[in-house]
Design a protein around this ligand. Structure first.
Ligand SMILES: NC(=O)c1ccc[n+]([C@@H]2O[C@H](COP(=O)([O-])OP(=O)(O)OC[C@H]3O[C@@H](n4cnc5c(N)ncnc54)[C@H](O)[C@@H]3O)[C@@H](O)[C@H]2O)c1
Length: 447
């Protein structure tokens, strides 16, 4: 944390060089390979820092990936999450050491190739920087940080140490998303001039998270790690200074896709939101947010709508990209998604023949003798994506991180992408608070 002065001495050119190297893949990766301490094999020594809900999802996925040797697990909730994760790993034959404090872990574990960080957002910066400084490649969950300053320090530490830093926007490694961008949008140009996007994450009302009373964390431990109470420890996402609220927690995954598919960051943001439903004392961040971004893309102006609701789950979560030739509807939920041709666009038969799209299923329309409304007759049929997602959602992103450590792949979500997404979403909260349209300066996306 106190490295900031040293950090700011890194010339901008060097940052660009490293960003470009990450983008181009091999330079950073081969450097990381040389630094990998597991010699003579592709096996990697891995530690886990934070094994709550998400840490356990990642752990379960990693147990399916060959060549991963778990060495350590660290979590301040000793009697519950730490114990559960350590037991599970031992059951699967991993000889892991357990730690409560990450500093103890880093002092004792000297042969780690990578670490998976899934602690609450306000810890990401400190944890990531300490691990990078210890020479360990880091996979850090989103949101990269709950503050821009924290995210900046992470970027600087990655540049300084030359270690890999992957941010947990796992859609970046999802084969359906990669296919949609690389093949359908870029190569086949099926959407034509993209004019608008629309996306949402609507979630049903949920009770606050509880905890097994006999396993509560001691107040002294809570306070040492920045939590005022067990309620805050369990529901940290809703508290200012700890998380960023639903628009950051949920929205950042999907707004990251806007930036990716539109190939640029937004120029402006307007937002309306508030704590309309939950008690503001325990839900300090907005439970409802509606956002309008403006992008100046290579296609021209794109207006991008996004909403997070936490009071109603209608239609769940998805992103839709609309162009003058077609529409792509995509979601991490593997069961949904489709591509729709505008009636005026040229035939897509060629793309179906080439395997880019599945042919639309013919809907059998009963002849009722009723004259259909003109809008109904124009409703385009859906082409399904030919790419399936048959593995758990986080698995490809974790594999990508491990393969980057081995020097075999470039990272799909390196720190520069995570940073740009953090800048984009953290400003939405500012726009809600100020109630006015805000501009993104191009230099805000740079360090
Ligand atoms: N990529 C995704 O789809 C996805 C999904 C859910 C959560 N997440 C991210 O994962 C992270 C964790 O979220 P969660 O839902 O698992 O939260 P959680 O509260 O369930 O788990 C956090 C864990 O970190 C531990 N912890 C807290 N402070 C610590 C510290 N200083 N040192 C060590 N351990 C500490 C807690 O004891 C707990 O076990 C967050 O950053 C969240 O945004 C990502």
């Amino acid at each position: 944390m106190n490295d900031q002065k040293k950090d700011s001495a890194i010339p901008r050119r060097q940052f660009i060089k490293y960003s470009a190297a990450t983008g181009a893949g091999l330079i950073l990766s081969s450097q990381a390979l040389a630094q990998t301490k597991s010699t003579n094999s592709d096996d990697l020594n891995i530690a886990l820092l934070g094994v709550g809900a998400e840490g356990q999802v990642l752990l379960n996925d990693m147990l399916k990936i060959p060549g991963i040797r778990f060495r350590a697990v660290c979590d301040i909730w000793k009697k519950w999450n730490l114990r559960r994760a350590s037991r599970l790993l031992k059951k699967y034959g991993h000889d892991v050491n357990s730690y409560i404090d990450y500093r103890d872990m880093l002092a004792h574990e000297k042969d780690l190739d990578g670490i998976i960080i899934a602690t609450p957002d306000f810890w990401h910066s400190e944890h990531t920087i300490a691990c990078l400084e210890a020479g360990i490649n880091v996979y850090c969950e989103k949101e990269m940080s709950n503050t821009i300053e924290g995210a900046k320090r992470m970027v600087r530490a990655a540049v300084r140490t030359g270690k890999l830093l992957q941010i947990g926007h796992q859609r970046r490694s999802n084969p359906r998303y990669r296919f949609s961008y690389n093949k359908l949008i870029k190569e086949a140009d099926l959407l034509g001039r993209i004019t608008t996007t629309n996306g949402q994450w609507n979630r049903a009302v949920q009770p606050d998270l509880g905890w097994p009373k006999k396993y509560a964390v001691e107040p002294s431990v809570l306070s040492k790690y920045g939590f005022k109470s067990m309620h805050q420890f369990r529901n940290w996402r809703w508290y200012k200074g700890l998380g960023g609220g639903p628009i950051v927690d949920l929205g950042s995954h999907q707004i990251d896709i806007y930036n990716w598919f539109l190939e640029t960051n937004p120029k402006t943001v307007m937002a309306s939101g508030g704590t309309d439903y939950y008690p503001p004392k325990t839900h300090q961040w907005y439970d409802t947010v509606m956002v309008l971004f403006e992008y100046d893309t290579k296609y021209g102006k794109v207006r991008a709508y996004y909403q997070t609701l936490t009071t109603n789950s209608n239609e769940g979560y998805f992103e839709t990209f609309m162009g003058d030739q077609g529409t792509l509807n995509i979601s991490e939920s593997a069961s949904r998604g489709g591509v729709y041709r505008e009636p005026s666009a040229p035939s897509w038969d060629k793309w179906v023949d080439m395997g880019y799209l599945l042919a639309p299923k013919e809907e059998k329309k009963e002849d009722t003798g009723v004259i259909l409304d003109v809008r109904e007759t124009l409703a385009p049929p859906a082409h399904e994506l030919p790419v399936k997602m048959n593995v758990p959602y986080h698995l490809p992103h974790l594999e990508n991180f491990f393969n980057a450590i081995r020097g075999k792949e470039k990272l799909n979500c390196p720190y520069n992408i995570g940073y740009e997404t953090a800048v984009t979403v953290l400003k939405v909260n500012e726009a809600v608070e100020k109630g006015t349209r805000l501009n993104y300066r191009p230099d805000e996306f740079e360090i």
